[in-house]
Design a protein around this ligand. Sequence first.
Ligand code: PAF
Length: 279
Amino acid sequence: MQTVRSREQLAQALARLSGTGLALVPTMGALHAGHLKLIAEAKQRSAAVAATIFVNPLQFGASEDLGHYPRQEAEDSRLLNAAGCDLLWLPAAEDIYPDGFATTVSVAGIADRWEGEARPGHFDGVATVVAKLLVAVQPDVALFGEKDFQQLAVIRQMATDLGLPVEIVGVGTVRDKNGLALSSRNAYLSAVERGQAIALPQTLIWARDQIGQGADVRITLAEAKHKLVEAGFLKIDYLALVDAVTLEPLDRPSGTMRLIAAATIGATRLIDNLAVPAH
Ligand code: PAF
């Protein structure tokens, strides 16, 4: 695997890979099996695979964990190399946001609710950096985890609206043996909190099954929130049944659906989601 930092090095490395199909896996590092699944899927789809590691300051709110976000460049590089990644780009912040940088990519509608409401400005930061990475690397396909389901929807909309010549692919969530969705932020959980956190996927499964059996959606969601509180979650930002494409809330089953949730255990905010089969 070739590792590059500057734009010049990136351009040379991309020139060497030109002519083959290229897949891009953008990341913020602190890699886990979920990221490695993205690399594996990218390898299925393309002759060459590039990854980026960039902890994007624009997508963190003032009170969020930018300063503490886990950074493990050497280990990440080893993991990517072992997974068969061909090129790793580690841009510096000034490469992505040079002095005088004044453009924000903002996706209206789909980015406004849920995470958008709980984390104002977050999706502007995500859409802006992903647009920059896609323009810089010009991959044929870019892969993102379904764990961040709304992020995936926002990126799809952004790529379509800007006419970016790239296929956006979502890859299924990887979970630990207890069902907890893998996330770089799980590193913040204590052993006790990790035990409590599995109530999140368990509750989503319970709600999915209830809805599948015809239970009232509003009552099911209220009971599901209650279950999370009982399990030790301190704050539930949302737990909703939504249309899987528009992310608009549903109060009765219709079309392709997703259960989405964000809740805080201790000081750690977790998100998760689950497909709900059509009726
Ligand atoms: O999902 C992430 O790791 C980040 O939001 C992304 C897509 C790499 C943009 O910084």
